[in-house]
Design a protein around this ligand. Structure first.
Ligand SMILES: NC(=O)C1=CN([C@@H]2O[C@H](COP(=O)(O)OP(=O)(O)OC[C@H]3O[C@@H](n4cnc5c(N)ncnc54)[C@H](O)[C@@H]3O)[C@@H](O)[C@H]2O)[C@@H](O)CC1
Ligand SMILES: [K+]
Length: 526
């Protein structure tokens, strides 16, 4: 293997990753308040390494999580014997983060050790005479150039003589890009949390000394897909969106022997929030799909299964689709294989495709068709057929994942979603796992639903690796909700009918989503 793939989200993390990790962490039992407390403590510890007790410290706190970290730091610093002044740049009732509100309440009671000022006129801020200035104004939540009163507060910090310690990100710096479109704190030390952000690495001139502090995020918040991925990586429709812009999916599947599979995929795609779903299939499937008038039928005429004569028509429809899913229920007849081959050769590389079920088997001797923007969704047996290697059992999760990653590395921008009791998702560079689901998901059709959800997310513009991760999460979570209600009697359609619950309340459903899969796995040391 060329380079060992990374488990989780990578060496540096964007502001979206930060939000994802926070929420995933919460779903795993480590609250945002705990993280904030640890962030505040680590700021205080870094300051204590650099200045002696008794020093005068000004803490400038903003309206969000960044301000909350500063308020937590104030409490720790007061206990350590520093002279602490907290300057809040917003009205207390306007503090946006509920965790920061909690931190603020504690400061209000600390009237013997902390001087608290609500700064109403930032133009009058004078920070002379402080040994340390803590910049807790704005962090990863910054959008655009800082506005008043933060712009003035940033200027005041830069004019001061004390040691400037930035919390997480120097205020005014875009943590993702390293751009500073307006006033920006020029820090001596930046204490960032969990992992460095790309913008920090690009701007040593603004960041000063960079310290990366651990705040107790469980690695599993990155390794496993979680509700935060659903909340922060899925685009939501706005009023400005026209019909079709939220995504169009084309499902190609079914035959006279397998009627339901492509319909389940299509319904799952639709419930995942796309605007249009085409279903291209032989007559029997189209007749059965007539029950669902929101699907757009494309009848493949004059053959009980997919046939090379259908290719031209399908390619026409494919032009209108943003993503395609192909395979479920097609069967393996020669004519079908010929048609699939011709479709895959002719669909342009920039169009994302999900390859599922029978279409996977067809690629065994035609690996040259595996290309850019493809998501392959094999279960273990399909994986073994396709690649000629059997992955290790789930208990040996890392070896299992490495086998999949090794295959993905043979191609560029191909994602493999290896389904199982714990799903493995890898593009060869990264590996993540999904643990949502329930044992009864062995019932027929749940894989078809997963392929449909994946295609829907691709059609909405989610990148293939993220689409596969999130689809696995949603599918498993919907399965767990259905299992909770129907138990052993659940069907794939019950799962489809729970997709909306997961998408609309990812955090609220996370506990059920993770309830049923407690498997013994070998420890991974990363
Ligand atoms: N997982 C993590 O890394 C953790 C992050 N935490 C902290 O939380 C921060 C992120 O919190 P938030 O998302 O609340 O974001 P921020 O604390 O960065 O602040 C966002 C707020 O600033 C305001 N704002 C945004 N752009 C502005 C502009 N151009 N001019 C004026 N005001 C503007 C908005 O009202 C918004 O509510 C991180 O930087 C970090 O300090 C910690 O609490 C612990 C956990
Ligand atoms: K800051």
């Amino acid at each position: 293997m060329e380079k060992l793939p990374l488990l989780g989200l990578g060496e540096d993390i964007t502001s979206i990753d930060v939000a994802v990790i926070d929420m995933n962490s919460e779903a795993l039992g480590v609250s945002r308040l705990q993280l904030m407390e640890n962030a505040g403590r680590s700021i205080a510890e870094e300051i204590a390494k650099r200045v002696d007790r008794g020093a005068r410290i000004a803490i400038l706190a903003g309206p969000g999580g960044n301000g909350g970290d500063g308020l937590a730091a104030a409490r720790h610093l007061a206990f350590k014997g520093y002279v602490v002044d907290v300057m809040l740049l917003t009205r207390p009732e306007d503090i946006r983060s509920s965790e920061a509100q909690t931190m603020y309440k504690a400061i209000e009671f600390m009237d013997t050790t902390i001087e608290l000022r609500i700064v109403r006129n930032p133009g009058t801020l004078n920070l002379q005479g402080y040994d340390v200035i803590v910049d807790a104004l704005l962090g990863t939540g910054l959008r655009g150039a800082p506005r008043s009163p933060y712009a003035e507060a940033i200027e005041a910090i830069n004019k001061s003589n004390g040691l400037k310690v930035a919390v997480d990100v120097p205020s005014g710096l875009n943590a993702d890009t390293g751009e500073a479109p307006g006033p920006c704190v020029k820090a001596d030390v930046t204490v960032t949390f969990h992992k460095p952000k790309p913008g920090l690495l690009r701007r040593p001139d603004i960041v000063g000394e960079l310290v990366v502090a651990s705040i107790g995020v469980p690695p599993e918040a990155e390794i496993y897909v979680g509700p935060g991925d659903v909340v922060y990586r899925l685009p939501r429709r706005s009023w400005r969106v026209h019909k079709g812009q939220a995504g169009r999916v084309l499902v190609i599947g079914g035959s006279e022997d397998y009627i339901g599979a492509p319909i389940i995929s299509a319904l799952a795609a639709q419930r995942s929030g796309v605007d249009l779903v085409y279903i291209a299939a032989p007559r029997k499937v189209i007749d059965a799909a007539a029950r669902y008038p929101t699907l757009i039928p494309v009848e493949l005429k004059d053959s009980p299964w997919l046939h090379p004569s259908h290719v031209e028509r399908i390619l026409e429809i494919a032009k209108r689709a943003d993503a395609i899913v192909i395979g479920m229920g097609l069967g393996l007849k020669d004519e079908v294989q010929e048609a699939v081959h011709s479709l895959l050769v002719n669909i342009p590389e920039n169009k994302p495709i999900v390859i599922d079920a029978d279409a996977l088997k067809m690629l065994r001797d035609k690996k040259e068709l595996i290309r850019n923007n493809m998501v392959l969704t094999p279960h273990e047996a399909e994986f073994s057929t396709l690649f000629g290697v059997r992955p290790a059992p789930v208990e040996d999760l890392l070896s299992r994942a490495m086998t999949a990653a090794q295959q993905a590395q043979q191609y560029s921008n191909v994602t493999i979603l290896l389904k199982g009791p714990i799903d493995v998702i890898t593009d060869g560079k990264r590996i993540r796992f999904n643990k949502t689901g329930a044992p009864a998901m062995s019932t027929g059709g749940t894989g078809d639903a997963l392929a449909g959800i994946t295609a829907a997310l691709l059609a909405k513009g989610v990148k293939p690796f993220d689409a596969a991760c999130i689809a696995a999460y949603i599918n498993g979570a919907a399965g767990a909700l259905a299992y909770k209600e129907y138990g052993e009697s659940m069907t794939a359609l019950d799962l489809v009918e729970k997709i909306h619950v997961v998408i609309n309340d990812p955090l609220g459903t996370a506990e059920t989503a993770l309830l049923y899969k407690r498997l013994p796995i070998k420890r991974i040391v990363s």
